[in-house]
Write a protein that binds this ligand. Structure first.
Ligand SMILES: Nc1nc2c(ncn2[C@@H]2O[C@H](COP(=O)(O)OP(=O)(O)O[C@H]3O[C@H](CO)[C@@H](O)[C@H](O)[C@@H]3O)[C@@H](O)[C@H]2O)c(=O)[nH]1
Ligand SMILES: [Mg+2]
Length: 201
């Protein structure tokens, strides 16, 4: 049975439509016991996104980016955020989009990217689905400095920690971004089996 059989949407109102879109939906949902219940839910729509963990199995490194994120700062995160490269799809196909985005943000040009999972970033409030990829890279794949679009406010540093140092940052709170945590755990399980966080880091 499609879940659509349990949802009757009555109205969708746009509350805000600036850079992104905030909507309020009024709908009836048929509960597990068969009763219909009226609900009102707001959802924030910024489109879907793609993210990638670049990894070099020979040097045992991964590529992370560091940048300022106002929403995290406004919620008490008094530091730049460490993340995997990522960007909004803007109607492009996820694999093509992530290759463009990773070059803009890091300077690394990669051809083979492998989809590993898709994740809703915050399904109770945000529509966004993140297409997560991994891709092998080597130092010779770097064709530019990266850094993102300064005119759009991007000011992105590129880091190449060892997988062990990245796992240590995940453990000690130096990494707080969910897609980055998921992709590093994927890497520890499948790309660098046996990797453990660097002691004391
Ligand atoms: N003018 C304006 N620009 C904005 C606004 N919000 C974001 N931008 C700009 O829009 C661009 C979006 O950059 P992308 O690289 O395409 O997306 P992203 O913000 O990195 O998104 C990724 O990371 C987010 C944080 O973890 C994720 O939420 C998202 O899913 C995605 O993975 C950036 O230049 C950013 O500064 C806004 O409200 N106004
Ligand atoms: Mg980005």
């Amino acid at each position: 049975m499609s879940i659509a059989d349990r949802v009757r949407v009555h109205s969708v109102e746009t509350l805000s439509d600036n850079h992104y879109t905030l909507r309020r939906a009024t709908f009836d949902f048929r509960r597990n016991d068969g009763r219909w219940q009226r609900q009102v839910r707001e959802s924030f729509d910024r489109g879907d996104a793609a993210a990638i963990l670049l990894f070099d199995p020979d040097r045992r490194t991964v590529v992370l980016v560091r940048q300022f994120r106002f929403p995290a700062f406004s919620n008490g995160h008094d530091a730049l955020l460490l993340e995997v490269p990522a960007g909004m799809l803007d109607a492009a196909a996820p694999a093509a989009r992530i290759r463009t985005e990773v070059e803009e943000e890091t300077g690394f040009r990669v051809s083979g990217v492998e989809p590993v999972f898709q994740a809703f970033s915050s399904p109770g409030a945000v529509t966004e689905r993140v297409h997560c990829f991994v891709g092998r890279y080597r130092p010779a794949d770097r064709h530019g400095p990266g850094g993102g679009h300064a005119a759009e406010g991007e000011d992105i540093e590129v880091l190449e920690p060892s997988i062990e140092d990245a796992l240590a940052m995940l453990r000690d709170g130096g990494i707080r971004d969910s897609k980055t945590i998921m992709l590093l755990q994927h890497a520890a399980l499948h790309l660098f089996p046996g990797a453990v966080a660097t002691p004391g880091k």
